[in-house]
Write a protein that binds this ligand. Sequence first.
Ligand code: BDR
Ligand code: CA
Length: 309
Amino acid sequence: MPNPLVIDTDPGIDDAVALLLGLACPEVRVAAATTVFGNVGLATTTANAGRLLAMAGRTDVPVAAGAARPLVFPQAQRAGEVHHEDGLGGRADTLPTPPPVHPDGAVEVLAGVLRAADRPVTLAPIGPLTNIALLLASHPELTPKIGRIVAMGGAISGGNTTPTAEFNVHCDPEAAHRVLAEESVPITLVPLDLTLRCAMPGEWVDRLAAGGPRCATLAAITEYYRARFRARRGVDAVPLHDAVAVLEAACPGTLRTEPMHLAVDCAPAADRGTLRVTNAGGRPVEVAVDADISALHAEILRRLLTIDT
Ligand code: BDR
Ligand code: CA
């Protein structure tokens, strides 16, 4: 019996691949997709999640809309230039119409999944951690039902939004601090340092594109990211950060982790949103530091190719 997985997401090009990957993993049952502001605004991330599920023929998976903004300060920066203003590399209009959004909000849908579960639930937040912070704060009685949170975010040695901060943590540092430093739920954090090392080579995308109509649509969404990465870094590759985290969520142990105590800089200063490794006590976070990268590429591709079978 597969374990329930909820993907909390801000699609987002790599979120799109991660969501489809989650659906393609037989080890888990995607019980809901909850959405959050992030790469683009909440209305767009929510519509995109619905479009992607419709493209996959999985409108049975509920989509619930969550936080439209961070907990404390307004969002400092969006990523429309990274993912295109439509969040899906300019391809959102080529996808099917999204199904209706769940009448309840993301936090209530997350709580409902936890309440109903008779097995540990995995949460995979691959956007800002706002919904997860709100869930943990408003439903502490349900935290024992969470088997593990596998989050993509943070950077140990250099950010992608400021010199030191990674996008998801920078979007809502207070939420990230709350989840990473002040809770006792088991967490695996998949930081930018590793996801950049796991960038898929261009020929990986070409093989995905040849896999069938759904895979071709997914590959077309990533082309915008691929072109931007090539222009900026001179490398033909696509960093699918969120897909790395979702594979670990479905297949624990895919990534090698080390326990670390973490904190997030929350002061309104240049370092805001920076992840810190501290000497504090409490429960450590398992931080993903390494993987068999070619095996990971092959495994993600093998699973994605099943969406067309
Ligand atoms: C993270 O930021 C977003 O732009 C991506 O979707 C990913 O979740 C990478 O820093
Ligand atoms: Ca994301």
